[in-house]
Design a protein around this ligand. Structure first.
Ligand code: FES
Length: 115
C-alpha cells in the first residue's frame, strides 16, 4: 500500500501522480496508469471533465476511469483523420489503462494495489 497524501488535498477535480499512476477524484477516488494510449501524454497533468472522465492534456482524448477505456478519441488535427478515434477506442477495449484500488484511511488517500 502506498500513501498518496491527505484526502483534503485530493478533493473533487484534483489529480496527482504516484509512480506509474494518475490518481484523482471525480467524486470518487481513482487511479489509472498515467500514459495516454494515443501518444503517451501524461494523464496526471490532464483534467477531469463534467462527466467525471479523465481528459488527456495533449490532444484531449477522454477516458472512463472505471473501465480505463478511451471514450473520445484525440481531438484537434487528429479528430480530422477518418477512423482514428474509433481505432484508439477499439484499442483501449482490448488494452485499457491499468487501474488500481484507492482507499481513504484515517484521512489519507492510499493506493492499495494495481494491475
Ligand atoms: S497523447 Fe493523449 S490524446 Fe494524444
Amino acid at each position: 500500500m502506498t500513501r498518496i497524501g491527505p484526502a483534503s488535498e485530493l478533493g473533487p477535480g484534483s489529480l496527482t501522480r504516484s509512480g506509474r499512476y494518475a490518481v484523482g477524484n471525480n467524486g470518487n477516488h481513482f487511479a489509472v496508469t498515467r500514459k495516454c494510449r494515443h501518444l503517451g501524454g501524461d494523464l496526471d497533468e490532464g483534467s477531469i471533465d463534467a462527466d467525471g472522465c479523465l481528459v488527456c492534456p495533449w490532444h484531449a482524448a477522454k477516458y472512463d476511469v472505471q473501465t480505463g477505456r478511451m471514450v473520445r478519441g484525440p481531438q484537434g488535427i487528429f479528430a480530422k483523420i477518418p477512423g482514428l478515434g474509433a481505432l484508439f477506442k477499439s484499442i483501449t477495449r482490448v488494452v485499457p489503462l491499468g487501474r488500481a484500488t484507492v482507499e481513504v484511511r484515517d484521512g489519507d488517500v492510499h493506493l492499495v494495489d494495481g494491475e
